[in-house]
Write a protein that binds this ligand. Sequence first.
Ligand SMILES: C[S@@+](CC[C@H](N)C(=O)[O-])C[C@H]1O[C@@H](n2cnc3c(N)ncnc32)[C@H](O)[C@@H]1O
Length: 207
Amino acid sequence: MNLQTYIYEHLGDEREVLKELYRRTHLHTVYPEMVSGHEQGRLLGMFSRMIHPERILEIGTFTGYSAICLAEGLTPEGKLHTIEQNDELTELAALFFKEAGLSDKIIQYTGDALEIIPELNICFDLVFIDASKKHYLDYYRVVFDKVKKGGYILIDNILWYNKIFDSKIRDVTTEKLREFNMFVSKDVRVERAIVRNRDGMFVLQKK
Ligand SMILES: C[S@@+](CC[C@H](N)C(=O)[O-])C[C@H]1O[C@@H](n2cnc3c(N)ncnc32)[C@H](O)[C@@H]1O
């Protein structure tokens, strides 16, 4: 048995709707490995239930797996806003939001998050950043003032498959992520934790 099998055996069953979404993501998309999956999904669902947010913003919907998990903790009146620039994914995600009974809880936006976020007149309790790694600092800057005091920002893939601390690796994406991580590590406006899950996640709380 390996670590992954052990973890999956002890997490319990994946919800049917998520299992099917994971399968459809692998059948219908070019980079299916971008989907969160069961381990990450349970973590996001747990964070959301702990925070019990009224308003969630997700940057990077993809096929909707993480959005369905994040919606688990929404208050009865709560809404999740999710942004995806690839319009070929809108329908598939919408289909699964419906399957999950979340059509009235999840608001989808199609377009560039950097253009859409400034237009949102909403204060968020929880933000999940999971779009282009080269633009993490841009998303962080544009969303920061829209996070309420005491609110949370989760940022995925910050260890970048361990490339982040290998000084021999100097490609653009890795360098941009390093710059972002450095910025956040010095940002006195937030409390910080790092979860060593699949690919590392910053858990930030706005002071
Ligand atoms: C890693 S995937 C998201 C995975 C999804 N959160 C999940 O866990 O299943 C990243 C997504 O961000 C989208 N994306 C990249 N840059 C974007 C931008 N500037 N605005 C909106 N979406 C963007 C990509 O098209 C891609 O579908």
